[in-house]
Design a protein around this ligand. Structure first.
Ligand code: NAP
Length: 309
C-alpha cells in the first residue's frame, strides 16, 4: 500500500476537533489539525459557559478553548492554520486539498461545526457590521445604554440576550411563536430580567436605517398580520445554524438539513471518514456532546488505521 502523509487529518479546531486531536496525539498517531480561522469555532464567541462539567463557576468560551489548546500542545498536536477547499475520498488514501497544497491521509475527522443561519430579509446584509450582528461577545459593548433587538427563541438567542442586558438598556427579544425553545433555566432568567421585553408571535421583515446605521426594524405579528416599526440601534440574529459541509462535495451522506450522518462509532458513509460535534446529525449540540463524539471518532480512526496497516 502507498504511504499517506498523515494517519489522520482533523478538519476544524473547535472543541470537537481539538479533543479529537488530543486523543489522536496521545495515541501517537501522525496527525494534523487544520483550522481556517483561530481555534475555537463558535465557542470562542460564547460569553459564559455554565453547563460544561468540571467548572463549578463556569468559564468563558475563550478560556475553555485556550485550556483545551494548551492541553493538546502538551502532547505535541500539530495545528495548522489553513483552509480545506475540498476532499477526495475516491481511493483508500484520501486527498485533502488545502489553499496552498494537497495532503494525503488514511483517515479524516470532520469537525467543522456550524455557522449562524441568516434570515434573508432586506437590510440584513446591507447593515451587517453596521448594526446587524451574529455575535454578542464581539459587538455587545457597542450598545451601552442603547436599544437592541434579538431574533430567535433558542438557547443562543436567550443566552446572548441575557448577556446583552449588561450593556443595552433594553432588549426586544423577537420570537415567531408564543413559547421559547430555549432551556427552562434560561427562560426563567429572561422572564425575570427587566431589560428584556419579549415580542411574541412575531417576525422581523426588514431592517431599516440610514447610510451607516440601523434605525428601526419592521416587525410583523404572525397571528394578526399587523406590522409595526420598532426603534432600535442594533439587531442580533440567532435563528439557528447551518452545517459547514460545503467542502465535502458529496463524499459522505448528509441528512435533509445538510448535517453529516454517522453511526454510534462516528463512522460516516465513507470508510475512514469520521465526524464529531455540531456538524454531525445529532439530537443535542453541546460542548459536552461534541467532545464525547470526538473521543469516539479518534478511537474509531485509530482502529481503522490499525486494521488497514
Ligand atoms: P435553535 O435551537 O435551532 O433555535 C433557533 C431559533 O430560531 C428557534 O427558536 C426558531 O424558532 C427560531 N427561528 C428559526 N428560523 C427562524 C426564522 N426564519 N425566523 C424567525 N425565527 C426563526 O438554534 P440556536 O439557538 O442557535 O442553537 C443551536 C444549537 O446550539 C442548539 O442545539 C442549541 O441547543 C445549542 N446551544 C446550546 C447552548 C446552551 O446549552 N447553553 C447555548 C447555545 C447553543 P422555533 O422555536 O419556532 O423553531
Amino acid at each position: 500500500m502507498k504511504k499517506a502523509d498523515f494517519d489522520l487529518v482533523i478538519i476544524g479546531g473547535g472543541p470537537a476537533g481539538l479533543t479529537a486531536g488530543l486523543y489522536a496525539a496521545r495515541a501517537r498517531l501522525n496527525v494534523i489539525l487544520l483550522e481556517k480561522a483561530i481555534p475555537g469555532g463558535q465557542v470562542i464567541i460564547t460569553d459564559w459557559i455554565e453547563n460544561y462539567p468540571g467548572f463549578p463557576k463556569g468559564l468563558s468560551g475563550a478560556d475553555l478553548v485556550q485550556n483545551i489548546t494548551q492541553q493538546t500542545k502538551r502532547f505535541d498536536l500539530n495545528i495548522e492554520n489553513n483552509e480545506v477547499i475540498s476532499i477526495d475520498c475516491s481511493e483508500n488514501i484520501k486527498k485533502v486539498r488545502l489553499s496552498d497544497r494537497t495532503i494525503t491521509a488514511y483517515t479524516i475527522i470532520i469537525a467543522t461545526g456550524a455557522s449562524p443561519r441568516k434570515l434573508g430579509i432586506p437590510g440584513e446584509d446591507r447593515f451587517y457590521g453596521k448594526g446587524v450582528s451574529f455575535c454578542a461577545t464581539c459587538d455587545g459593548p457597542f450598545y451601552k445604554d442603547r436599544v437592541v433587538a434579538t431574533i430567535g427563541g433558542g438557547n443562543t438567542a436567550v443566552q446572548e440576550s441575557l448577556f446583552l442586558t449588561k450593556f443595552a438598556r433594553k432588549v426586544y427579544l423577537i420570537h415567531r411563536r408564543d413559547e421559547l425553545r430555549a432551556t427552562k433555566i434560561l427562560q426563567e432568567r429572561a422572564f425575570a430580567n427587566e431589560r428584556i421585553e419579549i415580542v411574541w408571535d412575531s417576525v422581523v421583515t426588514s431592517i431599516n436605517g440610514g447610510l451607516t446605521n440601523v434605525e428601526n426594524i419592521t416587525v410583523k405579528n404572525v397571528k394578526t398580520n399587523n406590522s409595526k416599526e420598532l426603534r432600535v440601534d442594533g439587531c442580533f440574529i440567532w435563528v439557528g445554524i447551518h452545517p459547514n459541509t460545503e467542502f465535502l462535495g458529496g463524499c459522505v451522506s448528509l441528512d435533509e438539513s445538510g448535517f453529516v450522518i454517522a453511526n454510534s462509532n462516528m463512522e460516516t458513509s465513507m470508510p475512514g471518514v469520521f465526524v464529531a460535534g455540531d456538524v454531525r446529525n445529532t439530537p443535542l449540540r453541546q460542548i459536552a456532546t461534541a467532545v464525547g463524539d470526538a473521543a469516539i471518532a479518534a478511537f474509531s480512526a485509530e482502529h481503522y488505521i490499525e486494521n488497514i496497516k
